[in-house]
Ligand binder design. Structure first.
Ligand SMILES: *Cc1c(COP(=O)(O)O)cnc(C)c1O
Length: 414
C-alpha cells in the first residue's frame, strides 16, 4: 500500500521552525489567510460558448428530454469506461432507487454508514432496510470483513450489498465481490464520487452488478443535476430504461411502478461539456492534493484516505483525517478555525447515516470506528480550477491551526 495523499514527500526539515507567533491562526487573532472567502465548490465549466450554442439547438429542436443528446452522453461514457450499458437518469439517488428496485432489494441491504444519506435513502425507497457495516480505517471505504459479519448475521434476510467509492477512493472491489458471491447477493456501487477513479487499472463503473455516478454540482463531472448507471447486464439495463420512464414501454400499460427519472437534453449537453474537461480536472486535482500535503509538511495526527497501490482517485474531496488525540484539536475545531481563515469546509460524513434522525428507528448497531472517523474528517474547499497559491493558502491555514492546536482547542472550549 502507498500513502498517496500523506506527506511522505516532505522528508527535508525546514531550516528553522516558524516562530509560533509569526503565523497566528485567525481564531487567535491573526489575519485570515484569505480576505475573500473560498467557497467549498465551484463547478468548473470553462468556456461555455459552445455549450450555449448547443442549448439553443436543443431548445429549437422541440425535444427537451431523453433524446439524442442523452444517447450521446450514454454512449460516450460507456466507451470511456469500457462498460456495455450506460443509462442516464435524473440523479444518482433515483439511479440507485431504480437499480435496487430492479434487483428486488426488499430485505436488508448492507452498506456503510460513512457515506452520503442518499445511499441509504435509495434502499428505503426500494422497500429495503439498511444494515450498516464499518469502513476500513485506512481507506474509509466499506470494510469487507465487517460487511461479511453483518451479512452472516442477517442470514437469509439480506438482499444486496452497496458500497461507496467515498471521496473518489476506489473500494476493495475484489474482496467485496467475494463476500457478495459467498452470500449469493448482488453488489451495487454508489459511485457518486467515482467518475474517473480506477481500481487496479480498471475504471470504476465496471464493478458489481451496477455502479451509479452522480452529476450534481459538488461532483467532479457536473450536469446541474443528473446520474449515470453503468452495467454490463443487458437485461438490467433494459429494466432501468423502463424504470426511468414510469415503467412504461410506450404502450401506457406500465409493467411496474417506475419513476420519472429521465435526464433532460440540456442536462446531458452540460454533462458532455463537463466530461470533456474530466481528464484535465483529474490531473489537476491529483496535483493539488499532492501540493497540499507537501506544503503542509510534517504535522502529527493528520492524513488523507489511503489508496491501494496502483489505484486512482478522483479526489472529489481533499479529505483530511484529524486524529484528535495526536493533533490536539478536533476536526470540528479545525473546521471552525478554517472558517475564520476564509476557507469553507465540510465534515463529510458527520453525522454518519446511522446517527441521523431518519434512521433512528432502526435497531441500534454499534459502529465505533465509523463514529470515530466521522468525527475526524474535514474537507476544505477544492475545485478543479483553483490555482497553486490558493492551495498553498489552504495548507498554510491548516498548518497555522495545527501548529497552535492546544490554543485553538482551549479557545474553542472556553
Ligand atoms: C451526491 C451523492 C449522492 C446523490 O447524488 P444525486 O445525484 O444528488 O442524487 C449519492 N451518494 C453519494 C455518496 C453522494 O455523494
Amino acid at each position: 500500500m502507498t500513502l498517496l495523499t500523506t506527506p511522505t514527500t516532505t522528508t527535508t526539515k525546514k531550516a528553522a521552525p516558524r516562530k509560533r507567533t509569526g503565523d497566528l491562526p485567525a481564531v487567535l487573532g491573526g489575519d485570515p489567510v484569505f480576505g475573500e472567502r473560498l467557497p467549498l465548490v465551484r463547478p468548473a465549466l470553462g468556456d461555455t460558448s459552445a455549450l450555449e450554442r448547443r442549448y439553443a439547438d436543443i431548445l429549437g429542436s422541440g425535444m427537451l428530454t431523453n433524446g439524442p443528446t442523452v444517447r450521446e452522453l450514454e454512449e460516450t461514457v460507456a466507451a470511456r469506461l469500457g462498460v456495455a450499458h450506460v443509462v442516464a437518469v435524473a440523479s444518482c439517488t433515483s439511479g440507485l432507487m431504480l437499480v435496487l428496485q430492479a434487483i428486488g432489494a426488499t430485505r436488508h441491504v448492507v452498506l456503510p454508514s460513512l457515506t452520503f444519506s442518499a445511499s441509504a435513502h435509495a434502499v428505503m425507497w426500494a422497500g429495503g432496510t439498511p444494515a450498516f457495516a464499518e469502513v476500513s480505517e485506512d481507506s474509509l471505504t466499506l470494510d469487507p470483513t465487517d460487511a461479511e459479519r453483518v451479512v452472516s448475521e442477517l442470514g437469509d434476510d439480506v438482499s444486496a450489498m452497496t458500497a461507496t467509492h467515498v471521496y473518489g477512493t476506489p473500494c476493495r472491489t475484489q474482496a467485496l465481490q467475494q463476500v457478495a458471491d459467498r452470500a449469493g447477493i448482488p453488489l451495487v456501487y454508489d459511485a457518486a464520487h467515482g467518475l474517473g477513479s480506477m481500481r487496479a487499472g480498471t475504471p470504476v463503473g465496471n464493478f458489481g452488478v451496477a455502479e451509479v455516478f452522480s452529476l450534481s454540482p459538488t461532483k467532479v463531472v457536473v450536469a446541474g443535476e443528473g446520474g449515470l448507471i453503468a452495467t454490463h447486464d443487458a437485461d438490467l439495463a433494459r429494466q432501468l430504461r423502463l424504470g426511468r420512464d414510469y415503467g412504461n414501454p410506450g404502450d401506457y400499460d406500465t409493467r411496474f411502478a417506475g419513476l420519472n427519472a429521465r435526464m433532460s437534453e440540456l442536462h446531458a449537453a452540460t454533462a458532455l461539456h463537463s466530461l470533456s474537461l474530466l481528464d484535465q480536472a483529474l490531473v489537476r486535482r491529483r496535483e493539488m492534493v499532492r501540493l497540499f500535503w507537501a506544503e503542509l509538511g510534517e504535522v502529527a495526527g493528520v492524513r488523507g484516505p489511503i489508496l491501494d497501490e496502483g489505484d486512482v482517485s478522483t479526489y472529489k474531496d481533499l479529505t483530511v483525517v484529524v486524529d484528535e488525540a495526536t493533533a490536539g484539536v478536533s476536526a470540528a475545531e479545525v473546521g471552525r478555525a478554517l472558517a475564520a481563515e476564509g476557507v469553507d469546509s465540510r465534515h463529510y460524513y458527520d453525522p454518519p447515516i446511522h446517527r441521523q434522525q431518519a434512521y433512528r428507528h432502526l435497531p441500534a448497531r454499534s459502529l465505533p470506528l465509523t463514529d470515530r472517523l466521522a468525527g475526524s474528517v474535514v474537507s476544505p474547499a477544492l475545485w478543479s480550477h483553483m490555482d497553486d497559491d490558493q492551495v498553498r493558502g489552504i495548507a498554510r491555514a491548516f498548518r497555522r491551526i495545527l501548529h497552535h492546536a492546544p490554543a485553538v482547542h482551549e479557545q474553542e472550549i472556553a
